[in-house]
Design a protein around this ligand. Structure first.
Ligand SMILES: *[C@@H]1O[C@H](CO)[C@@H](O)[C@H](O)[C@H]1NC(C)=O
Ligand SMILES: *[C@@H]1O[C@H](CO)[C@@H](O)[C@H](O)[C@H]1NC(C)=O
Ligand SMILES: *[C@@H]1O[C@H](CO)[C@@H](O)[C@H](O)[C@H]1NC(C)=O
Ligand SMILES: [Zn+2]
Length: 461
């Protein structure tokens, strides 16, 4: 962990530096391993002479046009200079300034549907006893495929807080890279996809328009991959300070802000010698509670080798031993699956099965009395944006969910085809019938072998 004293705060180009006053030490949680940092530092030193030999940063100034200001304060154009989030966005170009393909999402309406609070409220725990929501931030990375295999092996679902263009990985909607297919796999395996912003900047330290940019760019990129974008997000560094407008801004963009109640500290312990500490943190918390009454919301990062190749299987084994089910954040909050995403109806779905997605007719007059249907749309109405089955406007699930009239307002996304939502009743029933199934198989096998034995006996006789 790196701890910066206040004197170093302006290094981050912090527009709100003054707001922190004379508080104590402010902590920045790094996301990439120390090894990668060391490599980067080496590359930086080597790259500088080959690039523009300028210093940059607070009190020094900006880099020449189109060059990036590296973490160490040098201008250059190499991957190491430009990789976000280390690259200083206020002092030069950075990966952060790249854009996803296709139209921006800024015009898509974001009604606050459902029972789960939106920002600035922060969600820190799950609601269904006996469940654990494992969450993984900062991916996809080269380890994510292994993580998906592992989750499959234990029949567990997880939530992925995805970052669009961090750590020099390129943008997730560049289909020549492996990231988009990993995200599609998350979707088809029944995991939840959530946002961890475009380039992992600290949302408490950037301007409101930069915040918006950070969320909207990630929306467009995810839309390019799965056809819709999430309503759940986690701020990078878990930082969305109440003395800024961060939480309010994020809420206005239609997001639930998800924190956690177990922090594995995995990013501090990414070595075979240290990872036991993260296992101990997890065990200490979950062994102390009763699975019949407790649930947990756990943070880890699939950007780290030990998290994927060591810690996660330990957590899954512990969960199995204690009888906890691994489910998504949306499921553990009992939020219906269609409310986890918003669809961009202007875009054809990226691949195959073209679905009829009628969108609200922009020429239809806006409902003035709350009624809607063939003649009036709820889009823009003061009664709510969704036209329900009773032909009246509202913002709640009653209006935006089942029976919602798509040609007369906004409707929640139809559930993407990614397996079944977790349901405690169905779950135990499923288990039982599985057992029934196997005993039936054994029974049938016994009858058949007895029958065969009889035939053989008759034949020998
Ligand atoms: C419905 O949601 C929209 C978007 O969040 C909001 O602007 C509007 O005020 C809401 N209307 C009602 C009646 O809640
Ligand atoms: C996994 O973690 C344990 C400590 O909990 C360590 O002894 C072991 O070497 C690690 N395994 C690998 C493959 O890194
Ligand atoms: C819609 O408008 C048409 C033409 O004015 C009218 O005949 C029809 O009854 C209206 N439909 C509803 C549901 O109000
Ligand atoms: Zn992160």
């Amino acid at each position: 962990m790196r701890t910066y004293s206040l004197a170093l705060l302006p290094l981050a180009g912090c527009v709100f530096a003054g707001l922190f006053g004379d508080g104590p030490v402010y902590t920045v949680l790094p996301d990439q391993s120390q090894i990668e940092e060391a490599v980067e530092a080496a590359v930086n030193i080597r790259d500088v002479p080959n690039n523009v030999d300028y210093r940059c940063g607070p009190k020094i100034g900006k880099c020449p046009i189109d060059t990036c200001c590296s973490a160490a304060g040098f201008c250059g154009t190499s991957k190491a200079h430009c990789r976000s989030p280390d690259c200083k966005i206020d002092y030069g170009h950075c990966d952060a300034y790249k854009s996803p393909y296709g139209p921006p999402t800024k015009d898509i309406v974001r009604p606050h549907i459902g029972q789960i609070p939106y920002g600035p409220k922060e969600i820190r725990s799950c609601a269904i006893p006996g469940t654990i929501a494992l969450t993984f931030d900062d991916g996809p990375t080269r380890y994510t495929g292994d993580l998906l295999d592992l989750l499959d092996k234990y029949d567990a679902k997880a939530t992925f807080f995805i970052t669009g263009i961090n750590n020099g990985k390129g943008q997730i909607d560049d289909f020549s890279l492996p990231w988009a297919s990993l995200i599609e796999r998350m979707q088809s395996s029944g995991h939840q996809i959530a946002s961890h912003t475009w380039s992992h900047e600290d949302l408490s330290k950037i301007t409101p328009s930069q915040r918006r940019d950070q969320l909207e760019k990630n929306e467009a990129a995810l839309r390019n991959i799965i056809g819709s974008f999430p309503t759940y997000m986690r701020p990078p560094y878990s930082s969305c300070a109440p003395d800024t407008d961060c939480g309010v801004d994020v809420g206005k963009l239609g997001y639930h802000i998800v924190m956690y109640d177990i922090d594995t500290d995995d990013y501090k312990n990414d070595s075979p010698e240290l990872i036991q500490r993260s296992k101990d943190i997890f065990d200490h918390a979950v062994y102390a509670g009763d699975p019949h009454t407790k649930s947990w919301l756990v943070i880890a990062h699939d950007a780290h080798e030990q998290t994927v190749h060591n810690l996660t299987e330990h957590m899954l084994k512990t969960m199995k031993r204690l009888g906890y089910h691994g489910i998504t954040v949306g499921d553990c909050l009992r939020d219906p699956r269609p409310l986890w995403y918003r669809k961009d109806t202007r875009m054809p779905t990226h691949k195959k099965k073209p679905k009829k997605t009628a969108s609200a007719d922009p020429n239809k007059p806006i409902s003035f009395d709350g009624s809607c249907g063939s003649n009036y749309t709820c889009m823009g109405s003061t009664f709510g944006y969704c036209c329900g089955s009773t032909s009246s406007c509202g913002n709640t699930t009653t209006y935006c969910g089942t029976g919602c009239q798509k040609d007369a307002g906004y409707c929640a996304v139809e559930a993407p085809s990614n397996g079944d939502a977790w349901d405690p009743k169905v779950h135990t029933k499923g288990k039982k019938s599985e057992a029934d199934g196997s005993s039936r198989t054994i029974g049938t096998a016994a009858v058949i072998s007895l029958f065969l034995a009889l035939i053989v006996a008759t034949w020998i006789g």
